[in-house]
Design a protein around this ligand. Structure first.
Ligand SMILES: NC(=O)c1ccc[n+]([C@@H]2O[C@H](COP(=O)([O-])OP(=O)(O)OC[C@H]3O[C@@H](n4cnc5c(N)ncnc54)[C@H](OP(=O)(O)O)[C@@H]3O)[C@@H](O)[C@H]2O)c1
Length: 280
């Protein structure tokens, strides 16, 4: 019987964790919305539940001691989904929740979604379950998607810096916590890359890795909302997109920690190395 469960295993991060647990020949239960989207993984049981369905989550987590709770996809009611999941996990008898939060999670964070992560952290803290928070900086893996068709990264980040972290490193850290949770009870880890970069520096690194000229344009706030208006996204989503950049400008994503090295035994991967390996 597995004692570890992993959510989000059909996604980028959860799939990396599930693969590592499987490769380590440790039993796990994957809690997913759509089992048909899972690759076959040795030693993995599958349970179906979405965060907002308390009954399904309670059933899915029966007999499980430690859960990696990968934060849900962005939505207007994501915090409510998270709280339902946490309460159902506690009701199921889960002893330790490992939650993928965000760097600088706070009720006052400039990045609006970091406030949602803080609200989730607070609920987990008050639930009485043992916890570990993985406060991920911005995913380095997503940097290439910031580049527009014209080769320009646009956003109001100014000369601010962020310590972009790779999803492979986060997955390694998550597995280290999942396999020995007691040593990490009550800890919040800032998971970062090895250096903090401006978006001008990121553009230069992407240019060097791809041979395509990429540059950064520092939008004003008005330009940022206007350039994203054509997507027809709701206000909360637009605020989230734009505040990703204003949080960088405010210095709230700046700051390198040693947590990846401490948890995994290997240094954090640089953006340059990630780009070089994906270009190869
Ligand atoms: N630090 C950052 O820079 C950053 C950037 C973007 C997102 N994030 C957060 O990090 C999380 C993981 O990133 P990722 O790249 O792995 O995202 P992803 O590829 O979109 O995967 C998200 C996973 O969570 C599952 N999921 C989403 N909403 C759910 C819900 N309500 N109930 C149950 N399962 C749900 C998805 O299931 P399905 O396959 O069924 O959709 C998928 O397996 C994201 O969900 C988001 O919260 C962080």
């Amino acid at each position: 019987m597995p004692t570890i469960a992993v959510t989000g295993a059909t996604g980028n991060l959860g799939s990396r964790v599930a693969r590592r647990v499987s490769d380590a020949e440790i039993a796990q239960r994957l809690v997913v919305r759509d089992p048909t989207r899972l690759p076959p993984l040795a030693g993995a049981e599958i349970a179906r539940a979405e965060f907002a369905d308390a009954d399904a989550v309670r059933t899915a987590l029966g007999g499980i001691e430690t859960v990696l709770m990968v934060s849900a996809s962005e939505s207007a009611d994501r915090v409510a989904q998270h709280l339902t999941f946490v309460d159902a996990a506690v009701a199921a008898g889960v002893r330790h929740l490992v939650y993928t939060s965000f760097f600088g999670a706070s009720p006052h964070a400039t990045f609006t979604l970091a406030r949602d992560h803080w609200a989730t952290e607070e609920h987990i803290r008050s639930s009485g379950v043992a916890f570990t928070f993985l406060r991920d900086n911005m995913y380095a893996d997503f940097l290439k998607y910031l580049v527009g068709e014209d080769g320009v990264i646009r956003g109001p980040a100014g000369d601010g810096r962020a310590a972009f972290v790779t999803q492979d490193d986060i997955a390694d850290a998550a597995v280290a916590v999942l396999l020995g949770p007691a040593a990490h009870a009550g800890a919040s880890y800032d998971l970062t890359g090895p250096s903090s970069l401006t978006l001008t520096e990121v553009a230069a690194l992407i240019s060097a890795a791809t041979g395509r000229e990429v540059r950064y344009h520092n939008e004003t706030l008005e330009e940022a909302y206007a350039s994203r208006a054509s997507y027809g996204a709701p206000d909360w989503q637009l605020d989230a997109w734009v505040s990703t950049y204003t949080a960088i400008a405010a210095g709230e994503l700046d700051g390198v920690s040693s947590a990846i090295l401490d948890l995994t035994g290997h240094p954090a991967t640089s953006v340059a190395d990630l780009l070089a390996s994906s270009a190869a």
